[in-house]
Design a protein around this ligand. Structure first.
Ligand SMILES: Cc1cc2nc3c(=O)[nH]c(=O)nc-3n(C[C@H](O)[C@H](O)[C@H](O)COP(=O)(O)OP(=O)(O)OC[C@H]3O[C@@H](n4cnc5c(N)ncnc54)[C@H](O)[C@@H]3O)c2cc1C
Length: 330
């Protein structure tokens, strides 16, 4: 295990939108910061789960693709040469120990030291809910997908999407413009999406296949054969497609917070008005935290970041009372 003896002012754990913006803001407050992200890429849920979706509720941006928001956050974070954060991707924080004047973090790659910690791990390490049938795992990444990495992968294809929630509907409507044909398979006749999206779906070219359950997947020469059985009925049907995109949501696991000695409230980390946890020196922001009125949105995490960082800056450097306006920087 590599020993990193550098003592950082701040370690941000988690490189989702909240952690990225916090790391940028820590640079603005001239804190010596590292950001540690367990995935090989930055961007959290936005990069991993919906890079091609259009986000419409980030302040000042009428609409932006997930991928572009992550790209912009990265550019913003790296703009100050002297105080840009040190970024460590593909490295998971496994344990966190409080010592007299510092925290010692053990990751999958290093032992590293920091004066303060900002937890921004979202719901924790997440994984998609799998299909509830047994199928050849070699189909994963070949014909069966749980994430859309690049819309171009589905260009001109016949695509089936499994799921009945907002995310499945969004993907059906997005892929409609790229794929040759899109089927949406759901076990109920009704969809659980935003009313406006369900209306758009009904007037789209997406073929609704309801109420059907997926029974079996077979790899054939013309493509992936999906055998379907009517829910509460005996009708069977077969679809042959190029790709199946499974959209049954995802599960997240943030049990590590308990292992780190942090108390959880309904699987989230309680914080006060400064975004401080009950352990001095550990703060939290974004989807990982809870407080009265907490909203799990990107905009909320962006707002929480300056609150936490300004408090951390004042704690470490009491002479730095007032945050500068960013417009004062040459
Ligand atoms: C399909 C979908 C659509 C959405 N659409 C919108 C929308 O339109 N508008 C909106 O505002 N919000 C939307 N959201 C919610 C939004 O994505 C989240 O609120 C946001 O991503 C939270 O950011 P975060 O940085 O707090 O956490 P996350 O994005 O979850 O990032 C946390 C990061 O921490 C990393 N991590 C976890 N554990 C560790 C560890 N031990 N060590 C190191 N790294 C770790 C994870 O890998 C992850 O990258 C959507 C969510 C989904 C799933």
């Amino acid at each position: 295990m590599q020993q990193d003896n550098h003592l950082y002012d701040l370690t941000v754990i988690g490189g989702g939108p909240s952690g990225m913006f916090a790391a940028f803001y820590a640079g603005l407050r001239e804190l010596d910061t590292q950001l540690i992200e367990s995935l090989p890429q930055l961007g959290g849920q936005v990069a991993a789960l919906y890079p091609e979706k259009i986000i419409r509720d980030v302040a000042g941006l009428p609409h932006i693709k997930g991928r572009d928001l992550v790209h912009n956050l990265q550019a913003q974070m790296l703009q100050f040469n002297d105080f840009k954060p040190h970024i460590f991707c593909d490295e998971e924080v496994l344990s966190l120990e409080k010592h007299a004047t510092e925290f010692v973090l053990t990751t999958t790659k290093r032992i590293t030291h920091t004066r303060q910690v900002l937890v921004a791990i979202g719901g924790g390490a997440f994984s998609p809910r799998p299909l509830a049938i047994k199928y050849d795992p070699q189909l994963n990444g070949q014909n069966v997908f749980y994430f859309v990495k690049d819309l171009a992968d589905f260009a001109g294809q016949t695509v089936a999407i499994a799921g009945g929630g907002d995310s499945a509907i969004d993907w059906a409507l997005t892929l409609e413009n790229v794929a040759n044909q899109v089927y949406l398979i759901h076990r109920r006749p009704q969809f659980r999406g935003l009313e406006a999206n369900v209306k758009r779906l009904e007037s789209s070219s997406v073929q609704l296949v309801t109420p059907f359950n997926i029974q079996q997947l077979t790899n054939t020469t013309p493509g992936l054969e999906i055998q379907l059985k009517q829910a509460k009925g005996s009708l069977v049907r077969t679809l042959t497609v190029d790709s199946l995109l499974v959209n049954y949501g995802f599960t997240a696991d943030n049990h590590v917070l308990r292992d780190w000695g942090l108390p959880l409230d309904h699987r989230a980390l309680p914080v006060d008005q400064n975004m401080a946890t009950t352990i001095a020196g550990i703060y939290g922001i974004g989807d990982s935290v809870t407080y009265a009125g907490k909203t799990k949105l990107i905009a909320a995490g962006f707002g929480e970041a300056p609150t936490a960082i300004n408090h951390i800056a004042e704690t470490l450097y009491p002479e730095r009372k007032q945050p500068l306006h960013s417009t004062s920087i040459a």
